[in-house]
Design a protein around this ligand. Structure first.
Ligand code: SF4
Length: 356
């Protein structure tokens, strides 16, 4: 399990970083609030020290008056969601921390206390400009929990990119809430270079969504998706298979929802009870196989058997991707340079699946 060396900010971060090989993604799930691994299961004393040290570090370095422009130390810049991109090289960037929502499967609340904190949009765009002009970065991935959670902040970042006339493209492959978007915001996002937005829809069952505190009206999703596509922005959906309360019928609804709506790509993950989430804290038996905490193996089952969840997971991918319009769309967008990323992603996936 986790090592017992005294905990401070540096070695805690290193423990987290050691979970991944350089440039590797956790199957496309790298959102700060979504991040949940065995090393994050800390003892109460470790939690207390970590919170104390992290708060001090945040106060000193990361936010507000002390905010610094973070310069890359050199070398290649990796994109955490690098399988399909529009332009190379790619760099991730964060403009906010936290999320005001409280989805019970997500650990964001535990990490950021359900508070949304903003970086100065001018500083954010300073970094974008520096990475673009000095390091040749052409594409940026906003990795906020929810970049559009505050319309005013998102508008300011976009307006500043436009004002400086930067020749870049950007995407939110980490996901934004679809109900935070309107036509005005989408127009300015597109004008500033946005070409892809991912959305955490999670389930096609309104009842399951409500039980998870998702606070998302699924009946409004199709019209919002149309608005995004009409603005000239690609759409990508995130779905979870095997949520608490899920059965064959509700998972079929999820798959049908993904297939029947205007998503160009979809990611189906197997439900994993993340330490720090409300669901995890309510679970009585926490004797898990931590090696299965990777969104592609079954770490938790309720009414369904592990084999059933695995079968439905495969079915979701088959039903979504084995359609001519999706296959041709992917081929059309594929660049030779991306093949190595795709092979790497396939290898990561095989690595994760082999942990059964
Ligand atoms: S909207 Fe829900 S899933 Fe997304 S970051 Fe916020 S709490 Fe987590």
């Amino acid at each position: 399990m986790y090592n017992k060396e005294p905990l401070n900010f540096e070695n805690f971060s290193l423990r987290a970083l050691r979970l991944f090989r350089p440039g590797e993604s956790a199957g496309g799930m790298s959102g700060e609030g979504i991040f949940g691994m065995k090393e994050f299961s800390l003892t109460p004393e470790e939690k207390r020290i970590l919170l104390q040290v992290a708060r001090e570090e945040i106060k000193k370095n990361l936010m507000g008056a002390g905010e610094k422009t973070a310069l890359p130390a050199g070398g290649e810049i990796h994109a955490p969601h690098g399988a399909f991109v529009k332009k190379f090289p790619v760099a991730p960037i964060i403009t906010t921390r936290g999320c005001p929502f409280n989805c019970s499967f997500c650990a964001s609340k535990c990490m950021w206390m359900q508070k949304l904190r903003f970086r100065n949009p001018i500083r954010v765009v300073d970094e974008i400009e520096l990475l673009n002009k000095q390091y040749g970065v052409k594409e940026f991935h906003f990795e906020d929990d929810n970049f559009t959670a505050n319309k005013n902040h998102a508008m300011k970042v976009c307006q500043e990119i436009i004002r400086r006339n930067l020749d870049i493209v950007w995407a939110c492959p980490n996901g934004v809430r679809i109900d935070t978007l309107d036509e005005q915001l989408l127009r300015i996002m597109k004008k500033s270079g946005c070409y892809l937005l991912a959305f955490g829809i999670e389930t096609g069952s309104q009842e399951i969504a409500d039980n998870m505190n998702k606070h998302l009206d699924l009946s409004k999703v199709p019209e919002k998706l149309k608005m995004v596509r009409d603005a000239g922005i690609e759409t990508w959906g995130f779905f979870i298979i095997g949520l608490p309360g899920d059965n064959v019928k509700t998972i079929s609804k999820t798959i049908d929802f993904a297939v029947s709506n205007a998503f160009r790509r979809a990611q189906f993950c197997i439900f994993t009870p993340l330490p720090g989430s409300e669901i995890f804290s309510k679970m009585e038996n926490k004797d898990y196989d931590w090696d299965k905490f990777n969104f592609f193996n079954t770490a938790y089952c309720t009414s369904l058997q592990e084999k059933e969840i695995q079968e439905l997971h495969k079915k979701a991918f088959r039903k979504f991707y084995l359609r001519p319009s999706i296959i041709f769309g992917l081929i059309r967008n594929l660049k030779l340079r991306q093949v190595k990323w795709l092979l790497k992603r396939a290898a990561d996936y095989k690595f994760l699946k082999s942990k059964k």
